[in-house]
Write a protein that binds this ligand. Structure first.
Ligand code: SF4
Length: 333
């Protein structure tokens, strides 16, 4: 069956100036990402802040054009951003951002903002759009009388529900959620995630769930991809990747979350946090990897299925192409 969303080899570069008068350097925020989102399924995308997750989300929606690579929606190439074809596609693909207050217009009542997608995409008649907006609010658990409220008159959870109501108003097929619960109280996070799952069941939504919160990702995802410095380094079933990760970076990420059944303590990574402007050669993780070998500094590992279980991993050691080292590359650097 044709995938709902298929991205292949996405690359996004930015020019960044070093210092006030410094020369411009190229930053590869996304360095060759391929991913697939199926209908009715959620792909969780995890990684540290600055690893390229959010840029990937914008690229797959066409909010930014990639420097290389392709995006196909239901088998059709993504139209160029800003074109009429792209705008009509946008009704079927929506995005939910981290900060609901920033995503909403503080000067307009919630009901007006939820009605906007119907106006923009010409859905229904002018007369029935207010009622449609009320229905959209009801679908996310907000009351009709809350349509008259302004964003600052709602709680953080209610605001994120309003954002979801607006995103879901056009009954999209794809939802890209970029840290949708990070700004919410813990007590509200579960409500919003349950709401996402309910709406996925109702609409058959495909969801790209971008987060640094591994527990949230485990709860909502059917597959998980781990990103490091602009590339996906591991991808597979949540129970496998988040319980027994194969890539050393994924192992370090997961080890930070207490889990009763997991062996071993927390892995504390050495070295500097990743800087996309100084991308190391070979495996980009090698300066921080506790088991790096000489091969790791020379050759970038490919993301490919592991022989033992088919899980996608980009690591020479995980594939048995090199024996675990002891950080000798890091010492030599
Ligand atoms: Fe570590 Fe080498 Fe695997 Fe990269 S390829 S994660 S440096 S062992």
């Amino acid at each position: 069956m044709t995938a709902l969303l298929k991205a292949e080899g996405l690359v996004r570069r930015y020019a960044m100036r070093r210092g006030l008068l410094g020369r411009s350097v190229e930053v590869r925020a996304v360095a060759g990402v391929s991913l697939t989102v199926e209908r009715g399924r959620t792909l969780g995308l995890v990684g540290e802040s600055g690893c390229g997750k959010s840029t990937t989300g914008r690229l797959v929606l066409g909010l930014e054009a990639p420097d290389a690579g392709t995006v196909a929606f239901q088998g059709q190439p993504m139209s160029a951003p800003g074109t009429v074809a792209w705008r009509s596609l946008r009704a079927r693909m929506q995005m939910v951002f981290q900060d609901p207050l920033g995503a909403l217009d503080r000067r307009l009542p919630i009901g007006v903002q939820v009605r906007e997608p119907f106006d923009i995409h010409g859905i229904g008649t002018a007369a029935d759009r207010p009622a449609r907006a009320i229905e959209a609010l009801r679908a996310v658990g907000l009351r009709p009388d809350q349509a008259a409220r302004y964003p600052h008159e709602l709680s953080g959870g209610q605001r994120q529900r309003a954002v979801l109501a607006r995103a879901l108003a056009t009954e999209p097929e794809l939802l890209v959620c970029d840290e949708p619960i990070s700004a919410l109280d813990v007590s509200i996070q579960a409500q919003v995630m349950n709401l996402l799952v309910d709406q996925q069941e109702r609409l058959g939504l495909g969801i790209l769930f971008i987060s640094h919160d591994l527990r949230a990702v485990r709860q909502v995802s059917h597959r998980v991809a781990v990103m490091y410095l602009g590339t996906i380094v591991e991808e597979g079933e949540p129970d496998a990747v988040l319980h027994e990760p194969a890539h050393p970076y994924a192992q370090a990420l997961v080890s930070a979350i207490p889990h009763p059944g997991r062996r071993g303590g927390r892995i504390v990574l050495q070295g500097d946090p990743p800087n996309p402007a100084d991308r190391p050669g070979g495996c980009a993780f090698h300066p921080r990897c506790p088991i790096a070998t000489a091969l790791c500094a020379q050759e970038a590992p490919l993301l490919k299925p592991r022989a033992v279980d088919g899980r996608l991993v980009a690591c020479h050691v995980a594939h048995g192409d090199a024996l675990p080292g002891a950080g000798e590359v890091r010492r030599a650097a």
